[in-house]
Design a protein around this ligand. Structure first.
Ligand code: CUA
Length: 174
């Protein structure tokens, strides 16, 4: 009889009779699960990355009737800080022209009243999908004066190509 084991001399610990290579893969897989769980937990609950919640939901049919989106435009909320409420609709942005001073930090809140649009502001990190029923939010700082064209980058109908606008950053001291 060989000594690598009939049932009669099975070793005490259940893991002793798993192939060592396989055991290491099991450990590796479990460690990965722990790492992923920690990563998701920390980004979600410590750093606050959450998927859009109820507060970001709007009714696309009524969003322009009352509340901040009934008067789309720019508001100053602090020293050098602004927020923009913007509507995307077939086939224009409201507002279409935005002017901010150099160095301004601008938070964009954008929603659609009809179909899906996109908003990309050239030379910035602002590049988002505008989905009816949701408010897309992103913040950008404009340190360099100049004109920043923005476009709709999601095909939204026949006049999609005409859906654009301009953000102007005015040089300091003017
Ligand atoms: Cu709006 Cu394309």
């Amino acid at each position: 009889m060989t000594d690598d084991g009939g049932d009669s001399d099975r070793p005490g610990s259940a893991t002793d009779w798993i192939d060592p290579l396989e055991r290491n893969w099991l450990r590796f897989s479990i460690a990965l699960l722990v790492v992923f769980s920690l990563a998701v937990g920390i980004t979600g609950f410590v750093l606050g990355f959450q998927v859009p919640g109820e507060h970001d939901r709007v009714d696309p049919n009524t969003v322009a009737d009352s509340g901040p989106f009934s008067e789309p435009g720019i508001q100053q909320i602090g020293s050098g800080e602004y927020k923009v409420y913007m509507l995307a609709k077939q086939f224009f942005f409201e507002p279409r022209e935005i002017t901010v001073p150099q160095g301004a930090t601008v938070t964009f809140h954008v929603t659609s009243t009809d179909v899906q649009h996109g908003l990309k502001i050239q030379d910035t990190n602002v590049n988002m999908q505008i989905v009816p029923g949701h408010v897309s939010t992103l913040t950008a700082t404009f340190d360099e004066a100049g004109e920043y064209p923005f476009i709709c980058h999601e095909f939204c109908g026949l006049a999609h190509a005409g859906m654009f606008g301009t953000l102007t950053v005015e040089p300091e001291g003017e």
